[in-house]
Design a protein around this ligand. Structure first.
Ligand code: NAP
Length: 308
């Protein structure tokens, strides 16, 4: 199968999904000089990219007809299935030799299915979920976890470099998504720890910002503490990373673990706490709002209040 040469000004890119992550990531590719066609369920969210020179397409299929490489970063596996494999999906519009790059956090098995169905049509596909949050996307500092054929992954280097700082091929199709599940398993219990620690500090009457000065740089420091701790303390519960997307990710990881006969009780506990948070009305809040659900268990009033 041929591969497109990826050169700004020559290669035509397509971008499906212009939400929190996709808008920034696509913006970096535009800034590098790539010609980009965009589409999104809600057109208004793509308008800022159109204002910067992107072209609009009505469907992923129409977008793929004009593109050498098609990126997608939508919400859930069902959205991935629709935008890539559906009747108006990118695969049916993709040219022979084109590349589909799904950057959504999605199911490893779906990534394998997409790669197989793409291959039948002479199209390449890689899974490339990301870590680094909304800030990492804005600052082009993402860690990109890639599954796919080595030569296809290598050909995409100019695009990876526009969006991320750490790009690692983890193995064949599905390996990127499996690695992202490892990432989410790490974050899940870490978030519980961060919230419990800050609740303890609050209840003990300590000044939370002063506490962060001591525990942040030591062995207890973490990305979650450094990035989400201040948001919790300031009562900033805006997304960032939606609670409902994190529940989706933990559900995928738990299902994969069950399939492998692997018990992950820490992950299961974190998932249940997040389900409670969603039930309390915070599905569309940022994941740092977990502190509110844990505060509620002990009837603690959190200092930042409820400003989600
Ligand atoms: P988001 O803001 O909801 O963005 C998703 C975008 O995809 C939305 O603009 C949505 O359209 C669009 N979309 C969904 N289904 C579609 C469909 N069927 N057809 C066309 N467009 C569709 O979410 P996000 O925070 O950018 O996250 C995107 C993905 O990255 C998720 O899988 C998430 O788990 C993952 N992720 C997020 C973060 C983070 O920190 N935010 C970090 C790493 C990974 P609408 O505008 O109509 O909603």
């Amino acid at each position: 199968m041929s591969l497109p040469e990826i050169i700004p000004g020559k290669t035509r890119l397509g971008w499906i999904g212009t939400g929190v992550m996709g808008s920034s990531m696509c913006g970096h590719l535009l800034a590098k000089g790539f010609a980009v066609t965009v589409t999104n369920r809600t057109r208004a969210k793509a308008e800022p990219l159109v204002a910067k020179g992107a072209e609009w397409a009505d469907t992923p299929r129409a977008l793929a007809e004009k593109s050498d490489v098609v990126f997608s970063i939508v919400g859930y596996p069902r959205d991935v299935r629709q935008v890539l494999l559906g009747d108006d999906g990118a695969l049916l519009g993709a040219k022979s030799g084109a590349i589909l790059v799904d950057m959504t956090t999605s199911e490893p098995s779906l990534a394998v299915e997409i790669a197989e169905r793409a291959k039948e049509r002479g199209v390449h596909a890689v899974d490339a979920p990301v870590s680094g949050g909304d800030i990492g996307a804005r600052e082009a500092r993402l860690s990109i976890m890639v599954g796919g054929e080595p030569e296809v992954v290598a050909a995409l280097q100019p695009c990876w470099e526009a969006m991320g700082k750490k790009i690692v091929r983890q193995g064949p199709a599905g390996a990127g998504q499996h690695t992202k599940m490892v990432n989410q398993t790490l974050i899940a219990t870490c978030m519980v720890g961060v919230c419990e620690a800050l609740l303890y500090a609050h209840r003990a009457g300590l000044d939370l910002n002063t506490v962060l000065q001591s525990v942040g740089p030591g062995a207890a420091g973490s990305w979650s503490l450094a990035n989400y701790g201040p948001r919790m303390i300031n009562g900033d519960f805006k997304p960032g990373f939606y609670v409902e997307h994190f529940i989706k990710d933990m559900g995928i990881a738990l299902a994969e673990a069950r399939r492998m006969d692997l018990a992950l009780p820490g992950l299961a506990l974190a998932e249940q706490l997040y389900v409670a948070l969603k039930a309390q009305g915070h599905g569309r809040s940022g994941t740092q709002s977990l502190v509110l659900a844990l505060a509620a268990i002990s009837k603690v009033e959190w200092p930042g209040g409820v400003k989600a």
